[in-house]
Design a protein around this ligand. Structure first.
Ligand code: ZN
Length: 167
């Protein structure tokens, strides 16, 4: 197997990380009893945004930082077994998932690749604000989630670094 320059770089950095590693004994449950659902966007770095440390928080990511049945199961599980008492759903501004309708995505990908994307249905977000509110409400109303869990919604601003909480 040949490794690209990038992978060699990652391996080297990881060896440095490991040589100074001091996370032995950090518990697998989140120390802050916190879970963040956010987007896979490379501008969103939850630990830095909130000043969190190794072991503090569970992070679930996907395209858009949005609830779907799979993610909802993960969060229900984490609320009970991983002590996550606070859940923050945090999409961000300028998210590609909210930038165009599904039909346009399918058309663009088809043009780009000459492949048929008509059955490809990523969860594009029509209205970011109402989608976030619906996701928060849906999770709050999930009867299987740990009693008393606090579900919050927020939008991370990729231009200012500020998290704007929805009420
Ligand atoms: Zn995004």
């Amino acid at each position: 197997m040949s490794k690209s320059e990038l992978i060699e770089h990652l391996i080297s950095n990881n060896q440095n990380f490991s040589s100074e590693f001091s996370g032995q004994g950090v518990a697998g449950v989140a120390a802050k009893k916190l879970l963040i659902l956010t987007c896979m966007d490379s501008r969103v770095i939850p630990h830095e945004i909130f000043g969190l440390e190794l072991g503090d928080v569970k992070v679930v990511r996907n395209a858009g930082g949005q609830l779907n049945p799979e993610v909802e199961n993960d969060i229900v599980l984490a609320s009970h077994l991983l002590n996550c008492h606070t859940i923050i759903i945090m999409p961000h501004t300028k998210c590609a998932m909210a930038s165009m309708p599904l039909a346009d995505v399918q058309k663009n990908l088809a043009n780009l690749t000459s492949k048929d994307f008509s059955n490809f249905t990523p969860r594009m977000i029509e209205d970011a604000d109402s989608k976030l509110r619906a996701d928060v409400e849906s999770l709050q109303n999930n009867t299987l989630i740990r009693d008393g869990v606090n579900v919050l919604g927020a939008i991370y601003d990729v231009d200012t670094g500020l998290v704007n909480w929805i009420s």
